[in-house]
Write a protein that binds this ligand. Structure first.
Ligand SMILES: Cc1cc2nc3c(=O)[nH]c(=O)nc-3n(C[C@H](O)[C@H](O)[C@H](O)COP(=O)(O)OP(=O)(O)OC[C@H]3O[C@@H](n4cnc5c(N)ncnc54)[C@H](O)[C@@H]3O)c2cc1C
Length: 380
């Protein structure tokens, strides 16, 4: 296992570091505007920073998943919400490359990797998030296509051109009889409403209602009734990416805090010379390093074709919790200045908090870990 960036990986990391520096000053402005600039997406796409692990033939760069993870962490150092573009691009790109008909994949994946379009993922519903295998959205066969009815809750609801949505295609046991579809969001019968979230507002999360929306038959992803089991596999990847995304925001917060505390004077000394200030930060360094290794190892398992569902669930509950706790500690270590709204710390805390929920809560991740450890029958 070697996580040192190699020669192939380095140009992506350099480009990501350059873009992170460029986007950092507008972190707060992006929240106020409620969007990520489309030109920024195009710039990231042109530098190969969106889903580079996808095959070259589909607009990717045949890079390792580990490369995507490392560059996601880099981008998140500048603006964690911009790194959502990487996470959603890789999640949906993987789903389409594995499950879409070749002509649908060829049409949509290059639009994602170039930054031209965002394709969102609609699994949760207003009445149903953790119990995702039991959706209310329905899809009924209609001639050579499908008609969808229901409401989904998703990131990028306000900015995506299309979404992968999960709908019930048969009355069956939970998880079975669920199919996935690619739905363009400019179709008749689609309505998008922004959610008044406390954070990650640039991502434009919201509710997407489909009322009698017709999609062509070739937009079915994977097998009919196999959507849940087949398509859900993509989440193992996004969980490790989210881990690195939040760690990027926490690491930069920690670096800023060492800088601040080593120059802020109290009792005639830099406050970092007090153990009460320095030791929590030293502990934070340790926790971030450990969480990063967990996420990188999960991506290494993916790159090696080895199972990593349990490890991905560990990344998803532990990295956001650790990142949130570290940023909170950083805010406190800044004293009154940490509490100012014009500093990025409080915004990062609100944004990371969203990722303690989005893509599955800590409780659901611990269920996954327990089931993979003792089997379903003996787990909660
Ligand atoms: C920032 C953000 C971005 C998001 N982006 C997307 C997106 O792009 N696409 C998408 O489809 N969804 C998205 N979501 C929705 C998200 O996936 C759900 O909110 C999440 O899965 C939890 O579902 P819920 O909100 O319905 O909570 P509920 O399922 O109602 O759960 C409420 C509480 O009960 C706990 N709980 C539920 N069941 C169990 C159980 N069996 N054992 C123990 N505890 C349990 C939960 O952990 C939670 O604490 C996003 C959410 C946020 C906040």
């Amino acid at each position: 296992m070697d996580f040192a960036p190699d020669a192939a990986m380095q140009p992506y990391l350099d480009a990501a570091a350059e873009i992170a520096q460029q986007i950092a000053p507008d972190y707060s402005a992006r929240e106020t505007a409620g969007q990520i600039e489309p030109e920024l997406r195009l710039l990231m796409g042109s530098r190969g920073l969106i889903a580079p692990e996808l095959p070259t033939a589909l607009g990717g760069r045949d890079e390792r998943a580990l490369t995507t993870g490392m560059l996601t962490e880099q981008i998140a150092r500048g603006d964690l919400t911009v790194a959502y573009v990487q996470v959603i691009g890789s999640l949906v790109g993987q789903i389409l490359s594995r499950c879409a008909r070749p002509e649908v994949a060829a049409r949509w994946i290059p639009r994602i990797t170039s930054g031209q379009d965002i394709v969102a993922i609609g699994l949760s519903e207003p009445g149903n998030g953790s119990d995702a295998g039991n959706p209310s959205m329905t899809a009924r066969a209609d001639g050579d296509g499908w008609v969808l009815e229901g409401t989904k809750s998703m990131s990028f609801a306000m900015h995506a051109s299309a979404a992968v949505v999960f709908a019930r295609t048969a009355e069956d046991r939970r998880g079975h009889g669920i199919s996935a579809f690619l739905v363009e969001l400019d179709r008749d019968g689609v309505e998008c409403r922004r959610a008044p979230d406390v954070g990650t507002r640039a991502v434009g999360r919201g509710l997407v209602t489909l009322q009698g929306v017709r999609v062509p038959g070739e937009h079915l992803l994977g097998r009919l009734g196999g959507g849940f089991t087949e398509v859900m596999q993509g989440f193992d990847f996004s969980r490790a990416l989210i881990g690195l995304q939040v760690l990027g925001a926490a690491q930069v917060s920690l670096e800023e805090t060492w800088e601040y505390t080593s120059t802020r004077i109290a009792f005639d000394r830099p406050v970092s010379s007090f153990q009460g200030v320095a030791f929590p930060l030293a502990e934070a360094e340790t926790l971030l390093a450990a969480a990063r290794l967990l996420c990188q190892r999960t991506l290494w398992l993916k790159d090696s074709g080895l199972p990593h569902t349990k490890e991905a669930a560990m990344c998803k509950w532990w990295a956001p919790k650790t990142a949130y706790d570290v940023i909170h500690q950083c805010l406190l270590s800044h004293g009154q200045y940490g509490y100012l709204a014009d500093r990025p710390l409080e915004q990062r805390m609100r944004d990371v908090m969203g990722l303690q929920i989005g893509d599955g809560t800590a409780q659901i991740m611990k269920l996954v870990i327990a089931r993979h450890s003792v089997g379903r029958a003996a787990a909660p």
